[in-house]
Design a protein around this ligand. Structure first.
Ligand SMILES: [Zn+2]
Length: 253
């Protein structure tokens, strides 16, 4: 048994308030490519042309066509992996309180986490630009771009486009959670992009133990995080969960 896995499990079981911060890395094992970096969508398409709110409002059809071609099959077919399921299990055990995520795939909710703060909104819901009604993306006819509401209005995804503000509630709540937690798990993110980058710093400054689960060291490693459990998020989460379970069992005896 990896010593760092044991340590992580001990911190989790002893904690009073655990928060997880997640990024693209946690969804890679679900087949969702990151937007940024190699193989990412933004290598193929200029985000300023396809993901800026102004380009969407000017030509929703063009932006929707990209979504339907490249993202629909990926985002709508993706299932939570062991890392998402492990975080959901930690919530069921009463250990994890909140997930703060930079992802737009809705996989944390699908896994069963009930308190998920999404900095960038999500693609799981669509909203009508005319009547403001919300619909689940899977329940909307996406065969024509742009998809339209029964009122005739055009749908937009509930994600945050470039040029739009991070929802203020998401920002305020994640700051509260980060400053109140006593353990923060950072999973699948190097936390380079604001506002996510600020949360581990805030947690650490408020006295929390920050533990990273990432494939390789990040700027947080050794500076903000207590230690890095290096490897694939799904497998590591399984090992942590089994150690957490045996700790809980031994406490009961
Ligand atoms: Zn409508």
């Amino acid at each position: 048994m990896n010593d760092l896995i044991q340590q992580t499990a001990k911190y989790l079981v002893a904690a009073r308030h655990v928060v997880a911060l997640t990024g693209a890395g946690i969804s890679v094992e679900s087949g969702i490519p990151p937007f940024r970096g190699e193989g990412g969508l933004w290598e193929k398409y200029d985000p300023m042309e396809f993901a800026h709110i102004n380009s969407f409002m000017k030509n929703p059809e063009k932006v929707w066509k990209i979504f339907m071609g490249d993202m629909k099959k990926v985002l709508l077919a993706a299932k939570p992996n062991d890392a998402h399921l492990g975080l959901a299990r930690l919530e069921q055990l009463g250990i994890l309180k909140t997930v703060i995520t930079q992802n737009v795939d809705g996989l944390h909710q699908m896994a069963g986490n009930t308190d998920v703060i999404e900095f960038h909104g999500n693609f799981a819901w669509l909203r009508c630009l005319q009547c403001d009604k919300r619909f689940k993306t899977v329940e909307v006819d996406l065969s024509e771009a742009p998809p339209k509401c029964t009122c005739g209005g055009i749908f937009r995804p509930e994600c945050v486009f470039f040029g739009e503000m991070i929802p203020p509630i998401a920002l305020t709540r994640s700051q509260e959670e980060s400053s109140q937690c006593d353990v923060m798990l950072v999973v699948g993110t190097s936390a380079l992009v604001q506002p996510a980058a600020f949360m581990p710093v805030l947690a650490q400054q408020s006295g929390a133990t920050v533990i990273e689960i990432n494939p390789e060291p990040t700027p947080l490693t050794g500076r903000i995080s207590k230690f890095l459990v290096a490897g694939k998020a799904g497998q590591i989460m399984n090992e942590i969960l089994s150690e957490v379970n045996s700790l809980i069992q031994s406490q009961k005896q």
